[in-house]
Design a protein around this ligand. Structure first.
Ligand SMILES: NC(=O)NCCC(=O)O
Length: 338
């Protein structure tokens, strides 16, 4: 890691021994990185440079025995959605099933016997070439296991992502892998407790949250949101954010009366893993590329659930009924007045 100029941190989350179940030990790897080339370099060169950088880090993850690795949101590109320009950014979009990047991840997965979670800008040729913000999940066998699209599109600050793609239509899929059931709640979805909850309802044991977010917008919330989700849902969560400041040739405005600018703010990294018992790892650096390896025992999920019983005490039928009413046009809030 030192030779390759990135930080490497490792942590262990233990569970109590049980009589009837053996420990279910899994190593997850979280990768955060800067973009490599300037944002006006040729598109394919930018993608290839990022593939090379990430493969150097994944090789170290393999030395560390990582079973499931997850990259940051839209990892093959600069986070250009602040610009509202279509070109050249839409050219970074690729097929989730058999694009250049998925094929690259399939090679990594096979070589290292590792599940790879690869969040990309997806172009869906079957549906008119539409774009989506999508996480591709590649099995450790190298098979394309499936894809999960970002459910909530930000409308905050310079995150002008609705210019590029729509709210996802893949629901709250969970992927059964050899190392446990995983789900992907992409970036802004972490502000929605029900989004985490629905992945958990479908059986997710580890929920990844690949993100791209900047200090001024979200840093005070970062350290608590994924952690709360792990507690509330009796599962592990993995929050990943890119690092660096990305410069764009054409100025853009933030629609707030302030001067036009070329960059969006600092992506503050700080990737971390949180456990169902409320503990969490320290975060990776705010400024450097990094790999965080966490060895987790999935038995901790049920142990914490048996202690706190959130799933058992949850009044889901009551909420479902009230929420159904609250989403109707003729809804009347349940307020008692004198
Ligand atoms: N990429 C993305 O959804 N960012 C939105 C800002 C945030 O959620 O922190």
């Amino acid at each position: 890691a030192q030779e390759r100029e990135f930080d490497l941190q490792g942590y262990v989350f233990e569970a109590a021994p049980e009589q009837l179940r053996t420990p279910r030990i899994v190593r997850v790897g979280l990768i955060q990185n800067k973009i490599i080339l300037p944002t006006d370099a040729p598109v394919l060169n930018q993608i290839t440079a990022l593939h090379k950088r990430v493969s150097e880090i994944v090789e170290v993850a393999a030395f560390c025995g990582v079973n499931i690795v997850c990259f940051q949101e839209a990892w093959t590109m600069p986070f250009a959605f602040c610009t509202r320009e279509k070109e050249p950014w839409t050219e970074f979009a690729e097929s989730a099933e058999d694009g250049f990047t998925t094929r690259f991840c399939q090679e990594l997965a096979k070589k290292y016997n590792m599940v790879v979670v690869s969040p990309i800008l997806e172009r869906d040729e079957i549906h008119g070439g539409t774009l989506w913000n999508t996480a591709v999940v590649v099995s450790n066998t190298g098979q394309f296991l499936g894809k999960s699209r970002k459910n909530h599109i930000p409308r905050v600050g310079d995150f002008n992502e609705s210019t590029y793609y729509m709210e996802g239509n893949t629901g709250h899929r969970v992927f059964q892998t050899q190392f446990g059931r995983i789900a992907v709640n992409i970036c802004y979805g972490r502000h929605h407790p029900l989004n985490w909850f629905m992945y958990s309802i479908n059986g997710a044991e580890i929920i990844f949250n690949p993100s791209a977010t900047v200090g001024a917008v979200s840093e005070p919330m970062w350290s608590v949101e994924a952690r709360n989700a792990a507690i509330a849902n009796h599962c592990f969560t993995c929050a990943i954010n890119r690092v660096g400041t990305e410069y764009f040739k054409n100025e853009f405005t933030s629609g707030n009366g302030k001067k036009a600018h070329h960059e969006f703010g600092h992506f503050y990294g700080s990737s971390y893993v949180a456990a169902p018992d409320g503990s969490r790892s320290p975060g990776l650096s705010r400024t450097h590329d990094g790999l965080l390896v966490a060895e987790i025992d999935l038995n901790l999920n049920r142990q914490t659930a048996d202690k706190w019983n959130f799933k058992m005490t949850g009044r889901y039928d009551m909420y479902a009924d009230e929420l159904t009413k609250a989403t109707q046009n003729d809804f009347k809030p349940n307020i008692i007045k004198e």
